[in-house]
Design a protein. Structure first.
Length: 328
């Protein structure tokens, strides 16, 4: 069976390709950057992988707003460099591995993914730059075949981090079940490496998770994340939480308002095992909720049931709550 020999991660900033095209890699400004990749290039030259699976995103060069797949898998035999406005870069085309690509698609579908299958597409700097950073610029052909996996990170809604985690686990399963003795390397490229526009950074709660979770006193700045996409995702999640709360209020008897604390408690209890749920989670039987410090928080309105909410749409559902049930 095939096996994974390693994984590589890097930025794909387009200016890297420009520096290589203009021969600036030895200049004082660029040399420290390219020297940092030498250990990885030495490792690749020593290991000599047969196939490189590249997980990246297109930049509206091949996939525009008329079609925005969440996940797409390239199944072509060849991928030409895309023209990003200044003509195609002087690099050889990338040879594909269509047999494994189809095996990967089958494995994804068997594991609850529905990828778009692409048999003809050009690849932009999201794939070109990582390949050139690790393999250099060959004269005739690349020494490794590629399997591109396109992930939408530009047009909302974007996939959740948990979904990407399971994508990685499924990719590993596909490689290790592939009937071949080929050696695979997985490249992950993109991320928080550059900021194109807008204010930089996002305040985060001190000692908390990467995203705000509706603290009673509000989030306190501790560190900054340099990504416009992350900030937009936080705003999107906030809007979704607002819509969930609004829908819950409209579902209550008499339209009585439900506080965010109650919603968080209800959502958390819904995700628990059925044996651990209190009587307050049964329709028509109110239950008392305790705060994280053990003080009474709120009573669940009679007739209110958390099934009207979707816990996977509300980021505040992951807050910890202790539950105590009592009649009346």
């Amino acid at each position: 069976m095939a096996r994974i020999i390693g994984g590589l991660g890097t930025s794909h900033v387009p200016s890297i390709g420009v520096a290589l095209d203009k021969g600036l890699d030895a200049t004082p400004e660029w040399k420290p950057f390219f020297d940092g990749y030498q250990p990885a290039r030495d490792w690749v030259a020593k290991q000599r992988p047969d196939v490189a699976v590249v997980v990246f995103n297109d930049h509206y060069n091949a996939l525009f707003l008329d079609r925005v797949p969440t996940f797409a898998v390239g199944c072509a035999g060849e991928y030409l460099p895309a023209d990003e406005g200044w003509g195609p870069r002087p690099i050889p085309p990338f040879q594909g591995a269509p047999d494994f690509s189809w095996h990967l698609v089958d494995t994804l579908v068997e594991n609850w993914f529905d990828p778009e299958v692409i048999q003809e597409i050009k690849v932009d700097h999201g794939l070109q730059v990582p390949m050139e950073l690790f393999w250099g610029r060959p004269e005739d052909a690349w020494p490794v075949r590629v399997v591109p996996i396109f992930v939408n990170v530009l047009q909302y809604p974007v996939p959740l981090p948990s979904r990407l985690y399971h994508l990685g686990k499924t990719l590993r399963k596909a490689i290790e079940s592939y009937d071949s003795d080929e050696r695979f390397v997985v490249l992950g490229t993109g991320g928080l490496s550059h900021q194109l526009q807008g204010a930089r950074g996002l305040p985060q709660p001190r000692g908390g998770p990467a995203l705000p979770r509706g603290h009673r006193d509000g989030p306190r700045p501790a560190r900054r994340v340099e990504s416009r996409e992350v900030r937009r995702d936080v705003r999107r999640r906030g809007r979704r939480a607002h819509h969930v709360a609004r829908d819950a209020r409209s579902a209550e008897p008499g339209g009585a308002g439900a506080s965010p604390a109650l919603l968080r408690s209800c959502l958390h209890d819904r995700r628990r095992d059925g044996a651990a749920r209190g009587a307050g989670d049964v329709p028509g039987r109110p239950g008392r909720r305790l705060s994280s410090r053990g003080r009474p928080l709120l009573r669940m309105p009679p007739g209110f049931h958390p099934a009207v909410l979707d816990p996977f749409r509300c980021p505040e559902a992951s807050g910890r709550r202790r539950t105590s049930s009592s009649g009346g």
